[in-house]
Structure formats: structure tokens, C-alpha cells
Ligand binder design. Structure first.
Ligand SMILES: [Zn+2]
Ligand SMILES: [Zn+2]
Length: 238
């Protein structure tokens, strides 16, 4: 599985994933021009874009992608909040009793799952390639993950902050308490990510891409060292 980071962080998120047969975009929170460049001006070869939630740093170019003929998949509740007009290219995620239904896009099988963030129905995606047998977990903007996954080979996952950095900033007054409070209830800490990995089957895990790290509250060296130590996988901080 080939993973390219087009952008990551609170100013914009967009990832390109390819299993040599099918190309997908994960989130579209950057200008459409930057997506064209990131895809090598081959947007027509992208089979779909999976969107996690309506915040602009994830959905900025959804309307432009639809206009460009790309199929977009996202929860109906999230599409409605940001006023995305109905289009035959816009696919709402389908509910089952205990979650979402899986669906195919090219050679990928996609299973959306609920995450914990301050929007109506935020999701992450479990993306399995029928072509290579690889399994990618993509989640971002979630202070906790309620589900566990088996057989993962790749993770693109959020570590937004580490607790020590946040408390240092609260103490020196550079981070207002209200901002810290929102952080704790909407984004993932290093400790929570490590607990998730500890409870996850990591024996097939090869690559972890740490995404959406805060400039103020994240220490890339500390985070990548801790995650590598926990899993033995290749770790990249985006
Ligand atoms: Zn975000
Ligand atoms: Zn968000």
C-alpha cells in the first residue's frame, strides 16, 4: 500500500492511498489546486474520497471534488452541516443496527466506524485491500477509540498532543484553559494512542503515520520514539 501525505494538521488534512489498482483520497481539507498537485494531476484516476467530518480542515474541497467528478463518501449528518448540495457523486454512509455497513470502492473494502469528536457524526475508516491483503486504519480528530481492530498492516492515526506539553503551556499561560479543555474532549493524546496500540493486535503492523499533530502541544521526537517502542513498526510523523 502506497501512502502519500498531501497535508496534515489543523490547517488541512488530505492523504492519498493506492494499492496499485485503486486510488483513494482520505479527507479533503486543502485547496483543490493542492489536491491536483498532490495527485500528480491524475485526479481522474482517484476512485473516491472518504471524509471523516465537516470541519474545514477535512472537508474544504468536497464541493470541488464533486464538481471534478470524484465520488465522495461521508456521513449524511456531516454533509448537511456544511451545506453540501445533493449530487449523484455524494454517497452517504449506510447505517446498520450496530454501526455502519461496509462498501467496496474499486479493490478496497471500506468499513466506517464512529469516533469521538465535537461534530454530529464523525467517523474513521477501516480500509482493506482485496488486491494486496493489506489493512489500513484511518482515524483523526477523536479523543478516544471505542473499537479494537485485528490484522492491521498500516495506521494513519492522530496523536494531537502529549499531556506534559499541554500542562506546561497551561502553567506558563500560553494555552488558555478553555482551549485545553476542548483539546481533551476532541483530540487524541499520546497516552490514549499508546493505550489503544497496547490493546490492538499489532503483529502484522508495518507502518504508522502519526497525523494531525499540534504545533504547540506535540513533540514529534517524543511521539515517534514512544510509538516505535510500543509496536516495532516504521513510524512517520506527518
Ligand atoms: Zn481536524
Ligand atoms: Zn475536527
Amino acid at each position: 500500500m502506497d501512502i502519500t501525505i498531501l497535508a496534515s494538521g489543523s490547517t488541512g488534512n488530505c492523504y492519498h492511498v493506492n494499492d496499485s489498482k485503486t486510488s483513494l483520497l482520505l479527507d479533503a481539507g486543502i485547496p483543490i489546486k493542492a489536491i491536483h498537485v498532490g495527485c500528480g494531476f491524475q485526479l481522474s484516476r482517484v476512485s473516491g474520497c472518504l471524509v471523516t467530518h465537516y470541519h474545514g480542515d477535512h472537508s474544504k474541497s468536497v464541493k470541488s471534488l464533486l464538481k471534478a467528478g470524484v465520488d465522495v463518501y461521508m456521513p449524511r449528518e456531516e454533509a448537511e452541516v456544511c451545506g453540501i448540495p445533493h449530487s449523484h457523486r455524494l454517497h452517504y454512509l449506510m447505517h446498520r443496527d450496530d454501526g455502519y455497513s461496509s462498501f467496496p470502492v474499486g479493490t478496497f473494502n471500506i468499513l466506517p466506524f464512529r469516533v469521538e469528536h465535537d461534530t454530529p457524526a464523525p467517523v474513521g475508516y477501516l480500509i482493506a485491500s482485496r488486491s494486496t491483503g493489506e489493512k489500513l486504519l484511518y482515524f483523526t480528530d477523536s479523543y478516544y477509540l471505542r473499537y479494537r481492530f485485528t490484522g492491521l498492516t498500516h495506521i494513519i492515526g492522530e496523536v494531537n498532543y502529549d499531556n506534559e506539553s499541554v500542562w506546561d503551556h497551561i502553567e506558563d499561560g500560553s494555552t488558555p484553559a478553555a482551549r485545553a479543555k476542548r483539546l481533551f474532549s476532541s483530540h487524541m493524546s499520546l497516552d490514549t494512542f499508546l493505550e489503544f496500540l497496547d490493546a490492538t493486535d499489532t503483529c502484522r503492523l508495518r507502518q504508522i503515520y502519526i497525523c494531525h499533530m499540534s504545533n504547540d502541544h506535540g513533540n514529534a521526537d517524543k511521539i515517534s520514539r514512544a510509538v516505535r517502542q510500543e509496536t516495532g513498526a516504521e513510524v512517520y510523523v506527518c
